[in-house]
Design a protein around this ligand. Structure first.
Ligand SMILES: Cc1cc2nc3c(=O)[nH]c(=O)nc-3n(C[C@H](O)[C@H](O)[C@H](O)COP(=O)(O)OP(=O)(O)OC[C@H]3O[C@@H](n4cnc5c(N)ncnc54)[C@H](O)[C@@H]3O)c2cc1C
Length: 317
């Protein structure tokens, strides 16, 4: 079932969804099941699975020289979606990125998703590879999420890369895109970022999922700005728990977001990470209750390595 069908069928009730990462290579799918098992009692409408491109790393040889090797730490997004669907009978949303993909590889990935019976896809650009200073598309790949979205929309109309294919089976993907309540870090200003977001929606995106935020006022202001801009699709808030002091610096640096003063002050007072987890859990619960009260379509939790915190919060909603 599509994300938009879940939302329409909820008749204004706030739904729950979870986002998980594929397991680290070598850990096996059981590691992921162990993560998801305690969350499934909350009957999420769907589960997102992130996509992780390969990286170049330099390994030191015994003679002191360096060897450039390509590693992929978390492969398997598409098959993990199928495995989750089989095990839990729940819909999945694979993330698909531009980075590292040619248009042909993208088409093949989408065909695989169609064969697996997956109805949704979250289309993203992806970040710069670790060895690049700025995002570099593949020579025959997409530069922006909107270009990738265009390819999915073409396939939804039966248009494949080989123009002479006749009587094609149209895909029917429901398409999500990313939005940034605190602006995407490369955008010169919010208005420009909103213009490109609107281009994604005008290009066929069915809904938006936001980057994480810790101040609900930023989400509400973003939704208002989107509506004023003529962006009228559902805007799903993405939220996550804080559980360590390290995140006070890591989250702003990695995701280009602010932590509210009240939250950072409380965390700074904590003596142990257990205390931070307590503060983070209360904050996430407070955020969740407020968003629910304000009628958001879905509470989308970035569960990362902490399913028990998310479970603890959802239980209290
Ligand atoms: C909900 C969510 C899930 C994510 N999941 C993943 C994941 O699984 N894997 C992963 O690698 N990354 C993931 N990311 C990170 C994402 O890939 C990065 O934030 C990336 O830097 C931008 O992706 P985007 O799809 O928003 O890009 P885009 O929409 O392409 O925007 C990128 C930048 O370009 C600008 N822009 C857009 N269109 C144009 C244009 N036509 N001309 C000029 N400028 C333009 C935008 O304003 C923005 O600054 C996720 C992010 C979010 C919010």
């Amino acid at each position: 079932m599509k994300v938009t069908e879940h939302i329409a069928g909820a008749n204004g009730k706030t739904l729950i969804s979870f986002e998980v990462l594929p397991p680290l290579k070598g850990k096996g799918i059981e590691a992921l099941y162990k993560h998801l098992d305690p969350l499934m009692e909350f009957k999420p409408s769907y589960i997102n699975v992130t996509y992780h491109r390969s990286e170049h790393v330099f390994k030191k040889r015994s003679d002191g020289s360096f060897e450039k090797v390509v590693i992929r730490k978390r492969p398997g997004t598409e098959s993990i979606c199928a495995a989750i669907m089989n095990r839990y009978t729940v819909d999945t949303v694979p993330h698909l990125i531009c980075g590292g993909f040619s248009v042909t590889e993208t088409e093949d990935a989408l065909i695989n998703l169609q064969y697996l019976g997956i109805d949704n896809v979250l289309v993203l650009r992806g970040d710069a590879a670790k060895n690049e200073t700025a995002f570099e598309p593949e020579p025959d790949g997409h530069k922006y999420a909107s270009d990738l979205l265009h390819q999915v929309m073409n396939m939804n109309s039966g248009i494949f890369l080989e123009e002479d294919l006749k009587a094609t089976n149209k895909t029917t993907f429901c398409i999500g895109v990313a939005g940034y309540p605190e602006k995407h870090f490369e955008a010169p200003n919010m208005q420009t970022d909103l213009r490109y977001l609107k281009a994604k929606v005008d290009g066929g995106a069915d809904y938006i999922v936001t980057q994480m935020f810790f101040d609900n006022a930023k989400y509400y202001a973003f939704v208002k700005a989107c509506r004023d801009f003529g962006i009228n699709v559902p805007i799903i808030p993405g939220i996550k728990p804080i559980y360590s002091k390290k995140q006070l610096t890591v989250l702003p640096k990695t995701f280009h977001i602010d932590l509210p003063d009240d939250l950072s002050n409380e965390i700074l007072k904590c003596k142990t990470d257990e205390e931070v987890e307590q503060v983070g859990t209360e904050w996430l619960l407070h955020q969740s209750k407020d968003l629910k009260k304000n009628g958001v379509p879905v509470l989308h939790y970035y569960t990362l390595g902490k399913p028990h915190i998310v479970a603890n919060v959802v239980k209290q909603l």
